[in-house]
Design a protein around this ligand. Structure first.
Ligand code: HEM
Length: 450
């Protein structure tokens, strides 16, 4: 008997269209997921072409997949596309290989390493602010992308990539927007067809590879080992870590994975934070008061992120309202039971931090930006799977501590000296690609604080 016959599938929308709900999902993925959760409940089944998908919309069920039954789930098919760019890096690899890579890379995120990154972070922000003028209009999405790229280059690779930054950003943008345009079922075919989008993707990938290889070769030449990411990768290649032996290709895969995961998510989170502050002057005022009291006109140092409690709350609440990774996918290895249903192996599972973070069952006033409510909630007993912008369980974000420090340091450094206001009339809409970006960028005016 096939898995289909033995399974007891959850309810969900039916369609006779050959591609199933592909187009509804492509048109407005968040709207579609919200709608089916409202209509069918916390476990919903739907199809896109031949692919079976189950949406889980309750923290208890999400916990089952991300933690309790995690052995039964892989990143699987939804990450196949990402493999085209990232290869077998930490984000996309599975099993023992992933565990080994994770062990090698983990020390780059230890507390003392993170603290050593703070001066580089403030240096990058100071360089950016030097170019700003009172009354200037900027796209904060671009500014945050530039700063996050510079910080990732400086901290993880010890490389000043200011020269190459525009090219890197463009290449990554080309690569990630192709991911966004390709939906689940037929992505692998599209990459084999030489249409302009695909050719652009391969060109962008080639250029990124050249830049990453240059950074690696430079580090090999100057033989510096300061314990940062690239040192750890090279050390492991020399066989000094964990039995040794990463190939050049593996080093490239890990380096590009860390680079991409670091800069895109953090820049998105920071962009939304500036937007939310500009819409919530009381929170902005309270942030300024904290910064004036704790920093009093100087840039933050290693000791400060721990003191800047309100700044932390602002960044945390911003990732509640706009979680950069708005949907987290998995694929089931075997049939599994969830609540009263049996879901067949191979099914794609979707869990959306965006939907959960905006659910009035878990948040009193979910649309309101309220850093204090977030603080209270984040210490609550059941908060773990109600707030999961970094995912949860063994495959959650390895860079989470890095992201918190960068978020706090960048916010504190800038908000000390600048008020940033949305340009009146600038449209703000969601663009859920790989990350939840602002569709039209974020045009804002810089006002120097007196
Ligand atoms: C606000 C910033 C960030 C957010 C919201 C974020 C979010 C996430 C999420 C949701 C996942 C898990 C995906 C899953 O469960 O399938 C993830 C994984 C990952 N993140 Fe982040 N991330 C952020 C920053 C960073 C930074 C700064 C780095 C590196 C310096 C990083 C590196 C990674 C890596 C390597 C993985 C794969 C981990 C694994 O599968 O073992 N992230 N991130």
């Amino acid at each position: 008997m096939s898995a289909e016959n033995t399974s007891k599938l959850p309810p969900g929308p039916q369609t006779r269209l050959p591609l199933g709900h592909l187009f509804s999902f492509r048109r407005d993925s968040i709207g579609f997921l919200k709608k089916i959760a409202n209509e069918y409940g916390d476990i919903v089944h739907f199809k896109m072409g031949p692919i079976r998908i189950v949406l889980l919309n309750h923290p208890d069920f999400i916990k089952e997949v991300l933690t309790t039954q995690h052995h039964n789930f892989i990143k699987g098919r939804p990450l196949e596309m990402a493999k085209q760019l990232l290869g077998e890096g930490l984000l996309t690899s599975e099993g023992e290989f992933h565990k080994r890579q994770s062990r090698i890379i983990q020390p780059a995120f230890h507390r003392n390493m993170l603290e050593s990154y703070v001066p580089a972070m403030t240096r990058c922000v100071a360089q950016m602010m030097n170019k700003w003028e009172d009354g200037m209009k900027v796209d904060m999405k671009d500014e945050m992308t530039k700063i996050s790229t510079a910080i990732a280059g400086m901290t993880l690779f010890n490389a000043d990539i200011e020269q190459e930054a525009p090219e890197i950003i463009q290449a990554l943008d080309t690569a990630t927007s192709l991911f966004g345009r390709i939906s689940l079922p037929f992505s692998e075919w599209l990459l084999k067809v030489p249409v302009p989008g695909t050719l652009k993707f391969y060109r962008a990938k080639k250029r990124l590879d050249e830049i990453i290889h240059r950074m690696i070769n430079e580090r090999r030449r100057n033989k510096m080992d300061n314990g940062d990411l690239i040192s750890l990768l090279l050390r492991s290649q020399n066989g000094k870590v964990d039995g040794g032996g990463m190939s050049d290709q593996q080093i490239r895969d890990e380096a590009i994975t860390l680079f991409l995961t670091a800069f895109d998510t953090t820049s998105t989170a920071l962009t939304w934070t500036w937007y939310l502050l500009s819409q919530n002057p009381e929170a902005e005022l309270e942030l300024h008061e904290e910064l004036d009291r704790v920093l009093n006109g100087r840039l933050p140092t290693v000791e400060d992120p721990g003191q800047l409690k309100y700044t932390r709350m602002v960044f945390g609440e911003s990732m509640r309202i706009y979680p950069p990774s708005y949907v987290i996918p998995r694929q089931a290895l075997e049939d599994f039971t969830i609540d009263k249903y049996i879901v067949p192996r191979g099914t794609i599972i979707l869990m959306s931090p965006y939907l959960i973070h905006h659910d009035s069952r878990f948040y009193t006033d979910p649309e309101k930006f309220n850093p204090y409510a977030w603080e209270k909630h984040s210490h609550g007993q059941n908060s773990k799977y109600e707030y999961f912008p970094f995912s949860r369980g063994p495959r959650s974000c390895i860079g989470e501590p890095f992201a918190w420090i960068q978020g706090i340091v960048v916010l504190a450094s800038i908000a000390q000296f600048w008020r940033i206001k949305l340009v009146p009339g600038h449209p703000v809409e969601l663009l859920p690609l790989i990350n939840l970006r602002p569709k039209h960028g974020m045009m804002m005016t810089l006002h120097r604080r007196k």
